[in-house]
Ligand binder design. Sequence first.
Ligand code: CA
Length: 227
Amino acid sequence: MNAAIALIEDEPDIRKMLSGFLTQNGCTVREAPDGIAAAKLLAEEAFDLILMDLMLPGISGEQLIADLRTHSDTPVIVISAKSMLETRLEVLRLGADDYILKPFDLSEVLVRMEVVLRRAGRTQLPQMLRVGRLTLWPAENRACWEDTPLSLTAKEFQLLLLFMEHPKKVYSKANLYESVWNEEYCYEDNTVSVHVSNLRTKLKKASGSDLIETVWGIGYRLKEDAT
Ligand code: CA
């Protein structure tokens, strides 16, 4: 991911971990350890995305978002230990684009960032994705197995797009739900399983083999021999 990230977090360990992880994944990261430094950084530089804690010394995350939204639509993802539903709603109402609860999974942060950046039009999907004999054209909502067009619903298409973007990655149900449905996954339900199962059936019909693998207790990914 080639993106300029502002990382606003006062806990040195978390900041260091996120910064290292994002840099490894191709991002350019600028850090601010408190609210005052953050306000200065955001005033002076332009970013593709802002990752922000809420409980910060100096100026709170809530205040930073409110100030930012008076003049900028740079996407903001809040990473906070504040789990109250009201806090989350308030922060989203202030203009944050997503909310990740601490403790968090690093790969989930990356997935959420990709989704937010894409929604904001800040990253460009490739014109065409190809994994094995599967081909997908993101902008055209079109996918094929070899020369056979796949007739997919919007959700199935988005699921396949995620699987094909990271063919080796195992996506949890929560990952998939939050990326494709863009809502917080807070209870175990069948939505994801049903849509994955429908996609799986369609892929199987076209290809003659099962292209999606269930990794028990973790989630789903494209089958290695399919790719
Ligand atoms: Ca904090």
